[in-house]
Design a protein around this ligand. Structure first.
Ligand code: PFF
Length: 448
């Protein structure tokens, strides 16, 4: 059974959904801890360079593939390169998406747990260090970890089953600006903390000595994760865009907003890290330890904490919905499954991986691959291997193989727009992307 493809009613709807996909835990949870582990300022410079040189060009490539074919990644590649087996690349993208969902939904589970803790008033009245213990106790409990992960996934798939994701996206177009405002308020608060200047220096004064080659690839991977690149998500979304949307303008707006949110999150976190004597390189637990300490010293901290985690929950949900849609659309359009069946299959696959990731903090702690826990492995592989390779492949495909006329047609909306960035785009896709691929490969196999 084929379901009818539904387009976005308005241009704003399409943009809101794409921003909804981009802005999520990647910005608020992952960016600060990655920056913290890789020395702060230098990481951020590499990150921003990567957004400009690779992120926006890859985003545009995905938009071009999606909107010119109105298909999912595999169908699109079949249409655009009918005689080649390039379409097989779609499987790498889909595997990447499923892998991201596996670990990402565990962190979404943490957000649900922290909403409950905030409502119960447990994020108040402690020493900053107590929040570290609270987090360790939580992740050490298999029951709580699995429970909250499953609760989150149940909500995610219930939204998809009921077909109310449009409603969620509409709600997010109110929630996202609110989250943004909230971050600005928290920034002001953090800037008034006693050791704020140390946090700002850490964030904005580059110390290239603290950045390793691995850190550079981490910055690339983080940019791709944050912009939702390399897993065919934006191909799927762009397949719903209408023909009047300016792809270039949208890509620049989305990438800028996304980067801004990540940097704001950094400005909230690092002044607090230094003022409360915490460790910037604490890793994935960083934000969950630091934020409660920030909230409790604010007037009305009880309400701020609830508001923040609820908004973060919605930001995460719009990201997981977009991630789930990749596999679901593929199953429907390429395997002819009904939507219901496709959703259940996706839920079963993702649910199993997520439970494994949740248990890797406790009962499966001793199981390691390449010295990493299952959660860390998924987290690392999805951004530093799958998303980067998926995204850079997309860049090479559009840069070197796709008929130039398709690119021009899509960027100019069939000659109706003037797009002065064509040369820049082609340079990045044709030359910067392959250099990045070689570099990433060298880092991966340990040559550098
Ligand atoms: N960009 C999202 C974030 O920063 O949280 C994560 C994500 C969503 C990655 C959708 C990939 C994707 F397809």
């Amino acid at each position: 059974m084929k379901t009818k493809r539904i387009g976005f009613a308005t241009r704003l709807g399409a943009i809101a959904a794409t921003v909804g996909s981009a802005v999520g835990l990647g910005n608020i949870w992952r960016f600060p801890y990655e920056a913290g582990q890789n020395g702060g300022g230098a990481f951020i410079i590499v990150y921003i360079a990567c957004v400009a040189l690779l992120g926006i060009p890859v985003m545009l490539s995905e938009f071009i593939i999606g909107r010119s074919t109105h298909s999912n990644m595999k169908g699109a590649l079949r249409k655009l390169a009918p005689k080649s087996s390039i379409y097989l690349m779609a499987y790498v993208c889909i595997a990447g998406a499923v892998m991201v969902l596996g670990f990402y939904s565990v962190v979404c589970g943490w957000v649900v747990e922290y909403i409950c803790q905030a409502v119960a008033g447990n994020l108040q009245g402690h020493q900053p260090q107590d929040y570290s213990v609270m987090f360790s106790d939580f992740v050490g409990s298999p029951v709580r970890m699995v429970l909250f992960t499953v609760v989150f996934l149940a909500i995610n798939f219930a939204v998809l089953l009921k077909g109310v994701q449009k409603g969620i996206e509409r709600m997010s177009s109110i929630m996202m600006p609110l989250l943004f405002l909230l971050l600005v308020v928290f920034c002001v608060n953090s800037l008034m903390l006693p050791d704020a200047h140390k946090g700002l220096a850490f964030l904005f004064k580059p110390d290239f000595g603290a950045l390793t080659w691995r850190g550079v690839v981490d910055a690339f991977g983080q940019a791709f994760m944050s912009l939702s690149l390399g897993v065919a998500c934006l191909v799927t979304y762009a397949s719903y865009f209408n023909d009047d949307t300016s792809l270039t303008r949208d890509a620049v707006v989305i990438a800028s907003l996304d980067t801004l949110v990540a940097i704001l999150a950094g400005i909230v976190i690092f002044p607090a890290v230094f003022s409360f004597g915490m460790q910037p390189e604490a890793g994935p637990k960083l934000v969950f330890e630091v934020l409660p300490a920030v909230f409790q010293q604010m007037a009305g901290g009880y309400v701020w904490a609830i508001l923040f985690f609820v908004l973060l929950f919605f930001a995460s949900l719009t990201s997981t919905i977009s991630l789930s849609e990749i596999f679901i659309t593929f199953l429907i359009e390429e395997r002819n499954f009904s939507r219901r069946k496709a959703i259940w299959i996706t839920a079963a696959v993702v649910g199993s991986l997520a439970v494994l990731c949740a248990l890797s903090f406790n009962v499966l702690k001793s199981v390691t691959v390449f010295g990493m826990s299952i959660f860390d492995l998924f987290n690392y592989l999805s951004s530093n291997v799958f998303m980067l390779l998926g995204g850079l492949f997309t860049a090479l495909f559009v840069g070197w193989f796709l008929d130039r006329r398709v690119i021009v047609e899509q960027l100019t909306n069939r000659g109706r727009l003037n797009v002065p960035v064509m040369n820049y785009l082609m340079f990045c896709l044709r030359y910067v992307a392959p250099v990045a691929v070689v570099f990433i490969f060298m880092q991966l196999v340990g040559i550098i």
